[in-house]
Design a protein around this ligand. Sequence first.
Ligand code: FAD
Length: 456
Amino acid sequence: MNLDTLRATVAGPVLLPGDPGYADELATYNLTVVHTPAVVVGARTAADVQAAVRYAAGANLPVAILGAGHGSSVSDEGAVLITTRRLTGLVIDKEARTARVEAGVRWAEFIEEANKAGLAGLNGSSPTVTVVSYTLGGGLGPFGRKYGYAADHVTALDVVTADGELRHVTAASEPDLFWALRGGKGNFGVVIAIEFTLFPIPAFYGGGIFFPGELAADVLHLFQEWTQDLPEEMSASVGLLHLPPLPFVPEPLRDRLVAHLRITYLGSPSEGAVLVQPFRELGTPIIDAVGILPYAAIASVHNDPVEPLPLYEHGALLRELPKEAVDTVLKFAGPGSASPLVLAEIRHMGGALSRAPEVPNAVGNRDETLYNVFLVAAGGPPAAAALHGYEQELIDALAPWSTGRRYLNFMFAGDAAPGAAALAFAPESYERLTGIKRRFDPANLFRINHNIAPAA
Ligand SMILES: Cc1cc2nc3c(=O)[nH]c(=O)nc-3n(C[C@H](O)[C@H](O)[C@H](O)COP(=O)(O)OP(=O)(O)OC[C@H]3O[C@@H](n4cnc5c(N)ncnc54)[C@H](O)[C@@H]3O)c2cc1C
């Protein structure tokens, strides 16, 4: 297929550098990632995706995929980039408690629709990531300790593989591909839609409490003790925030250190209130927004920024969180530190996140992980090396308690060296993934990602 045939076949736009609309089509969330593909195809249908993949294979070009642009990793210079934002199908079956969600749908849209049906999905902290990309990388969210990863509840996927075929993949139809796609992210094809099970959560007890920086050490130390013995109904994290003085940041939180406790409790609100009481006794918060919230308000628990930003992220998985580990985080990101981080977050894992799902999938590093550390710095390209360096120093200092492994969705552009993706999986799972990759993508067409290269 040549470019003219591609243009004639595809319903959405096909754009080259310099074409009107090319730059707009590449709009992304993380402004540190600059997209420079040879061709960009704005897919309207699965057939558009099939044509783009066949064109790329024929031209011997790699295929890159752009959803909402929070997690782009390696450069797509010279690639065929498929944008998914026009794939907006979203069907919620209230009776069956299932959803079918196409690749361009973001969690914000899903949450609103699901809440109308009194149902919930396993979204993460950010409402602006796509449901599909997030879920393919695992999907770690505020109901995680109770229900596990989002990928654990996927029942079917429609995917265009490297041969250009559109496959409906289930545990019965393609067991290997079904296992690999749920956790292997964008390595096995362009996912057009996923189907998954929903939960009857019209409302929950939770939200965030923002404490002034002076209380940061107390909040983190209490979090450390408190998470040693928590019911699985409680998912929680704590973030040290230093937000810029920008209009979208609420005035009392601007340009100051803040300790942010985030909780979701899926038991009774009165039990939840008892559990959170020790934090309320620490001192006067800046904002206490914990209460009974509808699922529609789930994004307010973390309050992630929705505006595009220039971000540099890093992460680590911890097997334990002793007091010394908390002191280390405080030393780098607490009061009096010279931290350039906008967020140093510790998420409590365990519970269902530690267990294998009913239908096994590729999501790795479950049983040994009890805490997930996520760091975010913001700045322009000149600051990149210094910001990455600071994050790396903190990650290195956490080494005594770290598993040395990674969570794939918390791997970003700075973690995309060849072979790095192996850290996200158990060694035997990674080997199985490379074998499945050889079967479905022997030429490694899908390599503009945290790449799983085909087995030799
Ligand atoms: C502020 C912030 C908060 C976050 N919070 C969480 C969280 O709470 N929990 C969590 O698990 N993750 C979280 N993440 C990580 C996020 O879920 C991933 O980066 C996710 O991939 C972003 O989705 P996106 O649509 O923006 O992906 P994009 O950046 O558009 O794509 C990233 C990669 O996903 C793959 N991909 C995208 N679409 C498809 C598709 N249709 N088919 C196949 N592959 C595809 C491709 O490999 C692509 O390169 C967060 C990220 C940020 C920046």
